[in-house]
Write a protein that binds this ligand. Sequence first.
Ligand SMILES: *[C@@H]1O[C@H](CO)[C@@H](O)[C@H](O)[C@H]1NC(C)=O
Ligand SMILES: *[C@@H]1O[C@H](CO)[C@@H](O)[C@H](O)[C@H]1NC(C)=O
Ligand SMILES: *[C@@H]1O[C@H](CO)[C@@H](O)[C@H](O)[C@H]1NC(C)=O
Ligand SMILES: *[C@@H]1O[C@H](CO)[C@@H](O)[C@H](O)[C@H]1NC(C)=O
Length: 253
Amino acid sequence: MKIVDAFVIFLLACALTYNVFESTNSLEYSAAHFPVLDNLFIDDQFFLKEVQHVSKIECSISCSREAKCVCFFYNYPARKCRLHSSRFYNVQEGTSVSNWTYYMLGEGWCPVHDGFIHERSYNMCIHISSGNFDDIYTARSYCQSKGAAVISANTQLRATGLSNIMSKMNTTYIEFNDKGYYQLYIGLEYVNNTWTWDDGSVISSVQNWGKNDPDDIINHVCATICKTPDSSWNWTWNNVRCTAVMHVICEIV
Ligand SMILES: *[C@@H]1O[C@H](CO)[C@@H](O)[C@H](O)[C@H]1NC(C)=O
Ligand SMILES: *[C@@H]1O[C@H](CO)[C@@H](O)[C@H](O)[C@H]1NC(C)=O
Ligand SMILES: *[C@@H]1O[C@H](CO)[C@@H](O)[C@H](O)[C@H]1NC(C)=O
Ligand SMILES: *[C@@H]1O[C@H](CO)[C@@H](O)[C@H](O)[C@H]1NC(C)=O
């Protein structure tokens, strides 16, 4: 059986089992924007589908069966369910707007209770430190203490995913330096004349350096993901001293 056939049969089976009416109509979705939540941490591309005539449990099951679903909204009076592929950052579970209540899918292997974000679109489980570290070495120890490592992003999906996640984050709590730069260590270091990821892999052709980087690879042999006010770095990589004071992004793989 071809994969496409299998997928069609799977969809039919779901439709028969749950009598769902799917809707991914963008006009209909626009009409249902949640003023408090929309345009803050997420954009419409992360809306997956709407399921009608279901209980909250059925909504949760629909989410868990959908490969990309990480959270859902349930409307009790209307018995409607909306699935999303991206977390609404910094929004508390249980928040209600216009009868739509926000729920996150169970945390599974990613310790969401410990400040990690599970981004199923990219299958990434990351944690952004709330404080700065004096150097990459203490930053690495911090990630290790959380059962994680400083993030490696040696594929297109992961490099793009990391930038997209950062551009959606509410970064207000991340301190920026006197130039207004946001900078967070990533697990990339220039070792033996090669940029090497903390997971041991040598840098591939996938690279996401900002303007003119990497420069000064004598002194600046560690790296951050960086955002500057003029967008010369737009959540792109910047090579820095390994003793620069920075936040860090940890990841569990
Ligand atoms: C929320 O549900 C109540 C009870 O069914 C209903 O009266 C009210 O109109 C709903 N509010 C919105 C904004 O849909
Ligand atoms: C970002 O977070 C800060 C601090 O928690 C808050 O004051 C601000 O309103 C948030 N920004 C948005 C766009 O929600
Ligand atoms: C760098 O190269 C030297 C000599 O080949 C080797 O002994 C050392 O383990 C390498 N260091 C790393 C971090 O790979
Ligand atoms: C920065 O990145 C965001 C998200 O990818 C994009 O929407 C924006 O246009 C970029 N800005 C610049 C100046 O490149």
